[in-house]
Design a binder for this molecule. Structure first.
Ligand SMILES: Cc1cc2nc3c(=O)[nH]c(=O)nc-3n(C[C@H](O)[C@H](O)[C@H](O)COP(=O)(O)OP(=O)(O)OC[C@H]3O[C@@H](n4cnc5c(N)ncnc54)[C@H](O)[C@@H]3O)c2cc1C
Length: 469
């Protein structure tokens, strides 16, 4: 019997696991895929929003602002790439100027620190490439950019170190009162927490007809090469509209530029393909903010699926005495994740779960990033382990030592993208064209998985069609 079973290993389930393992509780997490962060958590704008956008007094407003505050300290402790770039919401004309003022007032009500309205000149001083048509902007210094999958992995790995029982490749297929039924067995729990992303309604249905309507909504992106870095310094938004926060141009923590997303309702919540129309929309909208943007430096397109519902707010509540459902966790879900996790603990405690803090909780994590080391440190590490002297991913300068190290982490990778999420091999200009075969060899060496069975990412994504002749 577990105290708590979490369903879903995205950033929300992983953050909940991190927070819950701070207590003397037996906690398990079930994830249907072969890794953490393979759902919406790996395909979004990667912004830790400041919190001026959600309606004052809403759960989303409170959890976004608190989540932003927590991200700053958690990323330091758990060694997650995070840059406090700040963000600007740009106005183009009088109507937008009024929206900017409204967002400023909302932000002040929500308790967002440091907000300022910039006039045209101040905006251009901060963002020299911004369109001459921009008339004013809301500046939020506490907004930042993060590596979303590393955030989720950091939460989940730390939780495993502190006792989380992680069940990957195990889809939950039913819930019968206190029993979670999976493809592999049945597990009892005092409480069940659902963090199933776009599957929130499907999983809730196992217990009760959901009181909300899921309106899955796709967002498509361009990811630009590092040569585009510097075109903007902050996260550059346009004014939000009925479809959401609009198209942004932003630096990424990995030194690229991301441009997107559009917002397109989707009847298939598993469809994360990109489309010519979607990308055209993004392209035209982005030129409005930065006319000199060079989209020919594009190295990848991708799309993510929002768990939008007919409710503007996050939908977090018990739907039965033991079943806590976290539904409709759309943007700013990533920014709010650690605050949602705190709230989960609060709700479980209020419901009667005995929450005694553990005497010892490991709250740190360290990742060696070879290219960030000083020449002296590089020299020392290569002397200790010559694999750090062999660069495997040339675009990102990722060494064999770093790839080997991912297999010693609490949640070792099993796929090429699993390695990429942990150490960035394959993230660069060639998108793994050169290093993927080497990474495949290294996965085989560490896991013994036959090479032709090694996946690019999810189930079925084989890379090789058979063994060597
Ligand atoms: C286009 C776009 C842009 C966004 N931009 C931002 C942003 O800049 N900032 C921000 O704060 N937020 C942003 N968001 C929102 C943010 O990405 C999400 O709120 C967050 O990633 C949701 O995390 P999650 O853990 O709920 O969902 P997911 O990451 O989807 O995780 C859910 C997990 O549950 C698993 N699962 C589902 N069903 C089952 C089952 N039956 N059994 C076992 N496992 C199951 C899935 O496999 C998945 O791994 C954006 C979203 C999109 C789509």
């Amino acid at each position: 019997m577990y105290d708590v079973i979490i369903i879903g290993g995205g950033v929300i389930g992983s953050a909940a696991a991190y927070e819950l393992t701070k207590y003397n509780l037996r906690v398990a997490l079930f994830e249907k895929e072969n890794d953490i962060a393979t759902g919406t958590t790996k395909a979004n704008s990667a912004i830790i929003h400041a919190g001026y956008d959600p309606v004052p007094g809403s759960l989303t407003a409170r959890l976004n602002v608190r989540g932003n505050e927590l991200a700053h300290e958690i990323c330091k402790k758990l060694d997650v790439p995070f840059k406090e770039t700040g963000s600007v919401v740009c106005a183009f004309g009088e109507e937008d100027d009024a929206t900017v003022k409204k967002l400023y007032e909302r932000g002040v009500q929500n308790g967002v620190p440091g907000l300022r309205i910039l006039n045209k000149e101040e905006l251009r001083a901060l963002e020299p490439n911004i369109s001459a048509e921009a008339t004013s902007a809301l500046y939020a210094p506490t907004a930042g950019v993060i590596s979303p999958w590393e955030y989720a992995l950091a939460f989940a790995e730390t939780a495993v170190v502190n006792g989380l029982e992680l069940h990957l490749n195990e889809k939950v297929t039913d819930i019968k009162e206190n029993t979670v039924v999976t493809e592999k067995g049945e597990y009892g729990a005092k409480y069940i927490v659902v963090a199933a992303g776009v599957n929130c309604a499907e999983v809730e249905e196992y217990v009760k007809e959901p009181d909300f309507v899921l309106k899955a909504n796709k967002g498509e992106y361009f990811l630009l090469d590092k040569s585009a870095f510097g075109i903007v310094n902050t996260v550059v938004f346009q004014c939000p509209n009925k479809d959401g926060k609009g198209v942004l141009i932003s630096p990424t923590v990995h030194g690229n530029i991301i441009v997107g997303p559009n917002a397109e309702g989707s009847s298939d919540r598993t469809d994360v393909s990109t489309t010519a129309q979607g990308l055209d929309f993004v392209r035209n909208a982005a030129y409005k903010s930065v006319p000199s943007l060079n989209l020919s430096t594009n190295i990848r397109n991708f799309a993510g699926m929002r768990a939008n519902t007919n409710n503007e707010d996050f939908i977090i509540r018990f739907v039965s005495p033991c079943f806590l459902s976290l539904a409709g966790i759309k943007s700013p879900g990533l920014a709010s994740a650690p605050a949602i996790a705190e709230y989960v603990c609060e709700l479980l405690s209020d419901a009667g779960l005995k929450m005694d803090k553990k005497e010892s909780f490991t709250d740190s994590r360290k990742v060696i990033r070879f290219k960030e080391l000083s020449p002296k440190e590089k020299d020392e590490i290569i002397k200790k382990d010559p694999a750090y002297g062999r660069v495997v991913c040339r675009c990102e300068t990722i060494t064999e030592g770093e790839i080997n190290a991912t297999f010693k982490t609490p949640i070792p990778p099993v796929s090429i993208d699993g390695v990429k999420r942990r150490c960035n091999a394959g993230m660069g200009r060639c998108q793994g064209g050169f290093c993927a075969p080497r990474v495949l060899d290294i996965i085989h060496k560490h896991t013994g998985i036959p090479k032709e069975k090694i996946l690019k990412d999810k189930e079925g994504s084989y890379v090789l069609s058979g063994g060597a002749l």
